[in-house]
Design a protein around this ligand. Structure first.
Ligand SMILES: Cc1ncc(COP(=O)(O)O)c(C=O)c1O
Length: 361
């Protein structure tokens, strides 16, 4: 190529999303496939969000409110932080990108547990910074191991809680002792994309630490529990000084008009949220029981997805499941060559998953 691309950009591995159902139909001619690979909400979108969005369609010729006033005020009332603590994003992915752009310079280090959500590494490397990987211990993020990797060049630490892809959480005690000894000035980004599904009462909620002397950023999304992954809306909660920096560098209209309207309505839709959480917990209970019955090893989760030990090549299991019309995620690129990740679906989808697993394994 004539254009000179920096080596740190060229070496980035592209994010591989879960396979869309439509692609399966195109490539394999398989109709009526089910997708349990992207941790989406099987119940669909929040009905109140859909209704609010349809009413807002006639305003599509207008730019959205760049600061997202209505949604920010609603979140502010809900969560008890003044509006200047919030930054909205085109999904929480957008916040991860803004934070790395704002905080990292080439040569800086960002600590990333491994395996974890793949976008942290992509965004850190895009900024020319160095991802410092800290392996999980028994599938969980270990705060002590992270502390050992902190250097004078560390600027950010990512904690995915619950961790994607393992579903493990960090306890409040571990998090508290961790940030108490962390050098001042390192930003701890706690990605809580799946927090609504957590059942473990010891799990830390990072919002409790936003007002502390260590900079903590909580990331949340409407993509999972609210069923709005296709709409693209998420947010970060952080100290107003840091939020002010992100407001300077974000795209002026990064949260679309429909996304803002949909998210405001989704927050009101408590019936849908509760139904979703119940469906996920019932789905997990069913899947655990069935896997126990068949004798397949799995790792219990605090999220809406979990790992299954296929006991054989996960890429092949993924392919064989595809042929049965069930899309799962192979964990080989996450460093688990024999694990797959599945999320809970509707009861009939969960049943199909089990039937397919019984045949394939
Ligand atoms: C841990 C984690 N963080 C962030 C995201 C991105 O979410 P959003 O759709 O809000 O960009 C995902 C999506 O799968 C995720 O698993």
């Amino acid at each position: 190529m004539i254009v000179k691309i920096p080596e740190y950009i060229q070496s980035i591995e592209p994010y591989k999303p879960g396979k869309p159902v439509e692609e399966l139909a195109r490539e394999y001619g398989i109709q009526h496939a089910i997708k349990l690979a992207s941790n989406e909400n099987p119940l669909g979108p929040s009905p109140m969000a859909v209704q609010a969005i349809s009413l807002a369609l006639s305003n599509l010729h207008r730019y959205p409110d760049g600061r997202g006033h209505d949604l920010t005020v609603k979140l502010s009332c809900r969560l008890g932080f003044s509006p200047d603590h919030f930054v909205l994003g085109n999904g929480s992915d957008d916040l991860i990108g803004m934070l790395t752009r704002a905080l990292l310079q080439p040569g800086d280090e960002a600590i990333i547990p491994k395996p974890s959500f793949l976008m942290y590494e992509i965004d850190v490397r895009s900024a020319g910074a160095i991802p410092v990987h800290v392996p999980l211990r028994s599938l969980a993020i270990c705060a002590k191991d992270i502390l050992e990797r902190v250097t004078s060049r560390t600027r950010m630490i990512f904690i995915c809680n619950p961790n994607n892809p393992t579903g493990a959480v960090m306890s409040r005690n571990d998090f508290k002792s961790f940030i108490e000894v962390l050098p001042l000035g390192i930003v701890v980004v706690v990605d809580e994309a799946y927090m609504e599904f957590v059942r473990d009462p010891d799990c830390v909620n990072s919002m409790e630490f936003i007002h502390g002397d260590r900079p903590v950023v909580a990331l949340r999304t409407f993509s999972k529990a609210y069923g709005l992954a296709g709409l693209r809306i998420g947010y970060g909660v952080m100290a107003p000084e840091l939020a002010g920096i992100l407001h300077r560098i974000r795209q002026p209209f990064n949260a679309s008009l429909l996304a803002q309207v949909g998210a405001v309505a989704a927050l009101e839709d408590e019936a849908f949220l509760n139904k979703t959480i119940q469906a996920v917990h019932e789905g997990l209970n069913y899947l655990y029981a069935e896997l126990d019955r068949i004798g397949i090893r799995y790792f219990p989760t605090q999220a809406n997805f979990f790992l299954i030990d296929a006991g054989r090549n996960a890429d092949m299991v993924f392919e064989n499941m595809l042929r049965k019309g069930v899309i799962v995620r192979s964990m080989s690129s996450y460093g688990y060559p024999e694990y797959i990740r599945v999320n809970t679906g509707l009861p009939e989808e969960n049943k199909r998953l089990i039937q397919a697993l019984e045949q394939v394994l």
